[in-house]
Design a protein around this ligand. Sequence first.
Ligand SMILES: [Zn+2]
Ligand SMILES: [Zn+2]
Length: 245
Amino acid sequence: MSKTKTSFFTRAVRYITNIFLPKVCLSCRQDLDYMSTEPLCLDCLSGLEYLQKPYCERCGMPLEFSRGYCYDCEGVQHALDCARSALIYNDTLKPLVHALKYGSRDDLATFLAREMGKAYDYFPEIKDNDFVIPVPLHKKRLHTRGYNQAELLARELAKLKGLKILKGAVERNRSTPTQTTLNREQRLKNVHGAFKVVKPELVKGKKILLIDDVATTLATLDELAAALKEAGATAITAYTLAREP
Ligand SMILES: [Zn+2]
Ligand SMILES: [Zn+2]
């Protein structure tokens, strides 16, 4: 689905501008070395921050002290068993994720998935999976964007780590408004009933790892996990590129 006419056109334009325009760091806009193959300068590369303990054992939210669960997860039943992230969604990373999602920079998925690959082995709790499912986009948004960024990340990570992607099992049946301006309550309401497992036979009895770009409240991941478990999946964990602290 990622190779639409739009993205081919964008790719061509990008290829041409890359030849004529000097490369700049996507985060601090400083000029990059002509030969640089990274989207960030050395300073910004070292500004990427990996998720490290202590964090909430369930949702991966960074915590100040090691105390098991964060306040949101304590004593609450969730469909999603646990979530981990490679990086903290800090000011260095934000412009990259933004460019990947809204700037037609699907090429950044390779670099970002490599970061996910580096941190993946740090989390044994998400490694026991039969299949990987990228969080689906609604058809309408997929059409406007030309690709699903979660799918690109999942594909690259699968290549690096030898994971199997489960295709076509679940769809997003509602185009939910963008979540960035909503609070926790509104987000929960916003995603309710957003996913439909169209091929339950594919997920039944499976342990599945969900892949997404940024984890904020986990409302979306939880909703997807609930739909998959209802269809017979036995365990659902999630791995995202970034965690909003
Ligand atoms: Zn920089
Ligand atoms: Zn938590």
